[in-house]
Design a protein around this ligand. Structure first.
Ligand SMILES: NC(=O)c1ccc[n+]([C@@H]2O[C@H](COP(=O)([O-])OP(=O)(O)OC[C@H]3O[C@@H](n4cnc5c(N)ncnc54)[C@H](O)[C@@H]3O)[C@@H](O)[C@H]2O)c1
Length: 396
């Protein structure tokens, strides 16, 4: 305890894009949230890449960095573990953290296949440790506001939901064959990587999904092989040796929500044009809402009667909405991607100190991957598939 606040020693496993984002959260939380109940401390970073380990200590201020993640998980000065390595190493990391009694925050999708999230949930429940999962877009202040508008009945009865996550990260044929394109490192492709965000967002806003049908495609089947640690944003050359893409570039899905609404979803990493279009539209009998990550600080709102002549109104983000004021005061002063990561990390850390339950955790991730499993089943059967009731409460 320091100043009435609880110290939480943090291990970060994998200092890539998201490991760095979460580490910066730990550094920023004290100045962003002075009313906090917790003081995060960057204790140890584990990464197989020596340059990343050097950066961890030099640039982020971790007390130490190790190559073997098992050393980090078991360290007595670590209270909570952030799992930010490629998907297919999530599960051994989570199981070890649970066995050591540490709280675990894991990046989505928790492993690469639906059964992995189920295994993670089982391990955490058996150990009784707190869990969090990185569906960071749920924490966007205007998404939280959208949820509140829907719950309050402002849109009437919800009849339809459109979700999409169209990213260009794999749209260049010379984009490297990074871990995301390989079965043994990523598991499934876009359904694990980005449809997971869309489905989590839909269920956060509208509740459980009952049945689905969909299709998939791999549009770019060979890519240049990387040398060393490679990001999916890296580029190779035509003359470089190429390897096979082993998972899907595109998936679409029709669904029915338990509340009666119909839903349509699309996700792709290879379409040219949409750069990071994580978006949703919600249609009700009295109005509708639309939000798009590319315009993270704007919510489109239409209400029958009120907007009949003007059409949609743009609601700008601002400190009247949850968490926004921690970053910048006033209205229409923008916040960004890493601010959502800071919000989720703050909320998770607070829950560790106060004992309040945190959501989304591994239980909610099981609900999301149950939908993914039904979609996968529909690829083979070419028929509508019920969402498996893997967890009490994930169905109506
Ligand atoms: N929530 C989001 O918006 C979001 C965005 C990007 C990635 N992600 C998720 O975060 C996770 C990491 O993705 P990323 O884009 O940050 O990956 P990345 O490729 O940028 O970084 C992965 C890091 O893990 C390290 N690593 C690999 N194997 C390791 C091992 N066995 N032990 C320790 N370190 C190891 C690599 O050296 C690298 O530094 C994935 O599960 C991904 O789905 C989430």
């Amino acid at each position: 305890m320091s100043g009435g606040r609880q110290r939480v020693g943090i291990a970060v496993l994998g200092l890539g894009w998201m490991g760095q984002a979460h580490s910066r959260s730990a550094l920023r939380i004290p100045s962003l949230f002075p009313e906090r109940a917790v003081d995060p401390e960057l204790v140890v970073c584990a990464d197989t890449d020596p340059e990343r380990r050097e950066r961890a200590v030099r640039d982020f201020g971790f007390a130490r960095a190790v190559a073997d993640w098992t050393e980090a998980v078991g360290a007595p000065d670590v209270d909570a573990v952030w799992v930010t390595a490629p998907n297919m190493v999530h599960i051994p990391m989570i199981e070890a953290a649970c066995a050591a009694g540490k709280a675990v925050f894991c990046e989505k999708p928790i492993g690469g296949k639906p059964e992995h999230a189920v295994a993670a949930h089982r391990a955490a429940a058996a150990a009784g440790v707190a869990t969090g999962v990185g569906y960071n877009y749920l924490w966007a202040p205007l998404v939280l506001h959208a949820r509140q508008l829907i719950a309050s009945g402002q849109l009437g009865r919800i009849t339809h939901y459109r979700g999409r996550f169209l990213s260009m990260y794999g749209s260049d044929e010379l984009g490297l064959l990074s871990w995301r394109f390989q079965l043994d490192q990523a598991g499934y492709g876009v359904t694990s990587d980005i449809l997971s965000h869309s489905v989590a967002q839909a269920m956060f806003l509208l509740g459980p999904i009952e049945e689905v049908i969909g299709m998939r495609e791999t549009t770019i089947r060979r890519r240049p092989l990387p040398q060393g640690t490679a990001s999916h944003y890296g580029r190779g050359r035509p003359e470089d040796p190429h390897g096979e893409v082993e998972n899907e570039d595109f998936a679409s899905m029709l669904c029915r929500f338990a509340g009666g609404a119909t839903g349509t979803f699309e996700c792709s990493r290879t379409m040219v044009g949409p750069e990071s279009q994580n978006a949703f539209e919600v249609y009700g009998t009295e109005g509708s809402l639309a939000w798009n990550l590319e315009r993270i600080n704007e919510l489109q709102y239409y209400r029958r009667g009120t907007h009949a002549e003007t059409g949609y109104t743009t609601v700008f983000g601002g400190d009247r909405f949850p968490f926004h004021g921690a970053f910048v005061p006033g209205q229409a002063n923008a916040i960004g991607f890493e601010d959502l990561v800071a919000i989720e990390d703050y909320a998770f850390l607070q829950s560790l100190a106060t004992g309040e339950p945190f959501s989304p955790g591994f239980a909610e991730a099981v609900d999301v991957v149950a939908v993914q499993q039904a979609l996968i089943d529909s690829w083979d059967s070419r028929t509508w598939q019920p969402v498996p009731a893997w967890r009490e409460g994930n169905r109506a």
